[in-house]
Design a protein around this ligand. Sequence first.
Ligand code: THU
Length: 147
Amino acid sequence: MSQNAQSASLTPEQQAQLRHLAEAAAAHSYSPYSHFRVGAALLLTDGAIITGCNVENCSYRLTSCAEQGAIARAVAEHGPGIRLRAVAVANLNSAASMPCGACRQTLTEFGDDDTLILYPGENGTPEATTLGELLPHALRLEYLEPK
Ligand code: THU
């Protein structure tokens, strides 16, 4: 499915709701180091929505991104078979932001190339792309299976 077709598979209202839930989740961010308050909202293929926020750590490297927190929560609450239809990320810093490289790989474990990614662009413009666009040629489970 093309990016536009995927984007159209969620109504503008559904997209706005997912963005709103990501923003609401960012209010719980624990980010005393970066002060970058991030939230993520996952729309699963069964219609469930799960949110998460970033949780930083004084070691710095143990920081968990909002997307990672949301994925861990989704698996804990809905089981290992979850699949991602769409993911919204938001921040309370009025900044453009994208899932980091590590989060792209984390999302790929439960999504596919057509998974819709909603994110804030420059000047607060709502932007949309797909996971396949963000992480082409990703490592996937099937690559680990012996031939
Ligand atoms: N962060 C996220 O939670 N998600 C992203 O998509 C980008 C970055 C967090 C990690 C760290 O707590 C802060 O934002 C600054 O990088």
